[in-house]
Design a protein around this ligand. Structure first.
Ligand SMILES: NC(=O)c1ccc[n+]([C@@H]2O[C@H](COP(=O)([O-])OP(=O)(O)OC[C@H]3O[C@@H](n4cnc5c(N)ncnc54)[C@H](O)[C@@H]3O)[C@@H](O)[C@H]2O)c1
Length: 295
């Protein structure tokens, strides 16, 4: 049995095909022997056929699943105790964004920036996934699910979601300040000044700062382009290029926007706005989707 790799709508999958044919003996040598072999071979053949059929059905089932893309922002983690980006005072945890989340800030005062993220990291590690994170995990039973998140926390993963793409990095990791592709786990909660990468440069948080490239953007666009259902949760849709992902979704996709400010923020006529907190609305929408209430 050969294994083929095929690509459809960006999903790579393998399937078994081409069953091994079992030959009928061409020369009569021993009737009993051949009968025995034939019976034995055909049982083996049957087993292979059943296995091939099962794997074909599994692939078919996977292909028939609708594709849900969840696009999350800081708001989904608000009920876990993590502050959103811009508070009413326009600050992030009391700091101007320019002072803690830009390459210029790092160049000017690396100790301040390192300290800011060390404190945020501790808070993230103490936080727990909330009802919204947990509800999204259930969708994987029935749908093909991708989460594209702007969040730098790991609450989706800790809730149990399996396909999470972090557009803006992950605060629980460190990266080289010379080569962003060099990424490292962090032992404990802090990156110390003086901690170095293998090139000898200072380690910094593995987050994308304002003004930096978003390396995962290409993959995120490809994911969004095949969405049957697209759900934005807890994002002000102010941070680009991430906020532009909504425009990458197919015209026919069913789109939801769950955020207490959804109606005020949304500029798209084909998006269903739900002006509620994620912890309330997400479990309800997930229940509806699991009940097949959406075409
Ligand atoms: N948890 C995190 O990882 C975290 C926290 C703060 C900032 N950030 C970073 O800051 C940037 C912020 O952009 P953004 O659009 O994600 O966030 P944002 O702060 O710009 O907007 C947050 C949105 O969440 C909504 N919100 C508040 N409470 C909510 C709740 N309980 N349920 C649902 N929605 C709620 C607000 O109305 C707002 O629209 C991101 O790039 C991200 O990397 C991340």
């Amino acid at each position: 049995m050969k294994s083929f790799v095929k690509s459809t709508r960006n999903h790579l999958f393998c399937y078994g095909a081409g069953e091994e044919r079992v030959g009928v003996p061409t020369e009569y040598t021993s009737y009993q022997n051949n009968l025995f072999n034939e019976t034995r071979m055909s049982r083996r053949s049957q087993r292979k056929r059943i296995t091939a059929h099962a794997s074909f059905m599994a692939v078919k089932k996977q292909l028939m699943k609708k594709h849900i893309v969840i696009f999350t922002g800081a708001g989904i983690s608000a009920e876990s105790g993590l502050k959103t980006f811009r508070g009413e005072d326009g600050l992030w945890e009391g700091f101007r964004v320019e002072d803690v989340a830009t390459p210029a800030a790092w160049a000017k005062d690396p100790e301040l920036v390192q300290h800011f993220y060390n404190v945020r990291r501790k808070t993230v590690l103490e936080a727990k996934p909330n009802a919204a994170h947990s509800a999204l995990v259930k969708l994987e039973e029935m749908y093909q699910v991708n989460i594209v998140t702007q969040n730098i926390d790991d609450l989706h993963e800790r809730a149990g979601s399996t396909k999470v793409l972090h557009l803006h990095g992950l605060i629980t990791k460190a990266q080289s300040s010379e080569d962003p592709k060099l990424v490292y786990p962090i032992v404990g909660t802090e990156i110390g000044m003086g901690d170095q990468c293998e090139l000898g440069s200072q380690l910094r948080p593995h987050v994308v700062w304002f003004g930096e490239a978003v390396p995962a953007m290409g993959e995120a666009i490809r994911i969004c382009q095949t969405a049957d259902i697209f759900i934005v949760i807890g994002s002000s849709l102010q941070v680009y290029p991430a906020a532009g992902l909504l425009d990458e979704t197919p015209n026919g996709a069913v789109k939801y926007f769950i955020d207490p400010q959804a109606s005020a923020l949304i500029r798209h006529h084909d998006v269903i706005g739900i002006d509620e907190q994620a912890g309330v609305a997400v479990p309800r929408i997930v229940d509806q989707l699991m009940g097949n209430n959406v075409q």
